[in-house]
Ligand binder design. Structure first.
Ligand code: FAD
Ligand code: NAI
Length: 475
């Protein structure tokens, strides 16, 4: 006998679990199917983000930053630590504990909101406009029916051709969070978001890190001013060895570790390392979903095809998050989840890709929202830009973290904020003000006229906004 729901969500990551909660809040009978499990076989809700993505990486970034601070920044503050030692096992165990707390948090939220949870792999087994059948293969097989289905099955790491992940020597993002001892030499293929975050973690803990990046440009999605500053800090100050324009040839594993043969304009090279993290992007996950069986259409990259409302080609089947187009970010997935739940309930939903913030959790952090100068130039938009260095911010000086800057870009005629780019302390928090400003269609002058607490890092936001009109006060 099948169990009937108004909405069945397949996937319990940030897209899926948020969609399920919102649908239940709106009075829809809702279930979520998710197959993630711990090593002991227990359900572990929260998807990639909670289990092997956002949360554990940020836990290790924090721990490794604390270690680095204790070793190198504390003496400047007059604090001398004797016998500083790294207990990696404990650091990894703490990270696992943070993950479990988040898994439990989602389970609690499902109970609180009366979302039915089915642990196992969900697939379409039939149906149409009148309703869909979903089979769950888990410990027991379950048959569900749903008026609406939301597919939120996420993404998987992309492997190099002919180099499968073994998570012993060739590591994906999950393996990169679990290295049992600090490698002397760590190789990283791809100097994107995961490469920079995980490369930073292991460098701080003592590894010599070499990153091989295919492109000739470093961080091409970021504003050039920020990318240049980041390059200087990561390579010169922090000693990340980043090789641009690297074409990977062969990757071989042996007793001593991994050998990567690659070439650049300068010729052929060889990288020997104990472990290799491969982080060259992610691919949408529709494996075992039964998409073909019901005719659910995917594009050439494997993403489920959706319109601007996240509707697929099938009636009452929706798709959100990493499995569809757009940035692969947890908060983008969440926003789509809420919007779709509301649309199903007959309300409206809203996701504006132009105001989705990006954050890279290096030290200093990098964050931006809206357009870069390069984008505006190529679009022929007339703009004015103003920037302010953290070096001139009192709070940053007091913290001892004066690296980086804030840059505002505003329309030359209307002064409307078109983009904000930050590299510096707590950029991940500061960017929120820029997102609000852009959502409310603020002008740079609006930010410049707002009273910001002193001393605070947020004053750098005000000063950068003032700099658009060449009215800086503190520089
Ligand atoms: P997922 O989180 O991938 O969840 C999908 C879930 O569906 C999984 O639990 C999966 O097992 C399950 N599933 C798949 N198929 C089925 C099926 N047929 N039946 C049942 N269950 C199924 N984003 C940020 O915004 N900030 C960050 O700091 C950040 N850090 C990251 C760090 C790393 C190392 C990685 C890898 C990613 C990071 N991301 C970050 C990206 C973020 O994790 C993803 O964008 C986000 O998890 C996407 O959410 P989702 O709900 O679409 O999919
Ligand atoms: P990415 O797209 O950020 O970076 C991949 C890098 O690998 C790019 O610079 C690309 O040019 C390079 N590359 C591709 N093929 C290559 C090859 N064959 N050889 C060498 N280099 C190659 O992807 P990444 O780092 O794997 O992360 C996946 C996604 O996960 C991100 O795009 C982001 O959406 C999400 N994420 C978000 C985080 C955050 O918000 N802080 C943190 C980590 C991941």
């Amino acid at each position: 006998m099948s169990k009937a729901f108004d909405v069945v969500v397949i996937g319990g990551g940030p897209g899926g679990y948020i969609a399920a909660i919102r649908a239940a809040q709106l009075g829809l009978r809702t279930a979520c199917v998710d197959d993630w499990q711990t090593a002991e076989g227990k359900p572990a809700l929260g998807g990639t983000c909670t289990n092997v993505g956002c949360i554990p990486s940020k836990a290790l970034l924090q721990s490794s930053e604390n270690y680095e601070q204790a070793a190198h920044a504390f003496p400047e503050h007059g604090i001398h630590v004797k016998g500083l030692a790294l207990d990696l096992e404990r650091m990894l165990a703490r990270k696992d504990k943070v993950v479990r707390q988040n898994n439990e948090g989602v389970t609690y939220l499902f109970r609180k909101n009366k979302v039915g949870f089915f642990h196992g792999r969900g697939r379409f087994s039939g149906g149409g406009a009148e309703g869909w059948q979903i089979t769950v293969e888990g410990r027991n097989e379950e048959a569900l029916t749903a008026k609406h289905v939301i597919v939120a099955t996420g993404s998987n790491p992309r492997a190099l051709p002919e180099t499968a992940f073994d998570n012993r020597l060739i590591l994906d993002n999950a393996g990169a969070l679990e290295i049992p001892e600090v490698p002397k030499r760590l190789g990283v293929v791809g100097a994107g978001v995961i490469g920079l975050e995980m490369g930073s973690v292991w460098r701080r803990l003592g590894a010599e890190v070499t990153m091989l990046e295919m492109l000739d440009t470093f961080l091409p999605a970021a504003d050039e001013t920020v990318a240049k500053e980041a390059w200087k800090v990561f390579t010169k100050d922090q000693g990340l060895n980043i090789v641009l324009g690297a074409a990977i040839g062969s990757v071989t594993t042996g007793k001593k570790g991994v050998t990567v043969e690659y070439s650049t304009k300068a010729g052929k090279h060889k990288l020997e390392c104990e472990r290799l993290i491969v982080c060259i992007g992610r691919v949408p996950n529709t494996e075992g979903l039964g998409a073909e069986a019901v005719g659910l259409r995917c594009d050439e990259r494997g993403s489920i095809e959706v319109d601007e409302h996240c509707r697929t080609n099938l009636p009452n089947v929706w798709a959100i998050g990493d499995v569809v187009r757009g940035p692969m970010l947890a908060h983008k997935a969440e926003e789509e989840g809420v919007a779709v739940a509301q649309r199903i309930a007959g309300q409206s939903g809203h996701v504006d890709f132009n105001t989705v913030p990006w954050v890279i959790y290096t030290a200093p952090e990098i964050a931006w929202v809206g357009k870069t100068e390069q984008q505006l130039q190529s679009e022929g938009v007339r703009y004015r830009a103003g920037q302010f260095p953290f070096m001139a911010n009192g709070r940053a000086r007091a913290m001892g973290d004066t690296r980086g800057l804030v840059k505002f870009i505003a329309d030359a005629e209307t002064d409307r904020v078109l983009g904000v780019h930050i590299i510096g302390p707590m950029a991940s928090e500061l960017i929120a003000e820029a997102v609000v400003a852009m959502e409310f269609r603020a002008a740079a002058e609006d930010i410049a006229l707002i009273c910001h607490a002193h001393p605070s890092l947020s004053e750098a936001m005000k000063e950068a906004a003032l700099a658009v009109a060449r009215r800086s006060l503190n520089v």
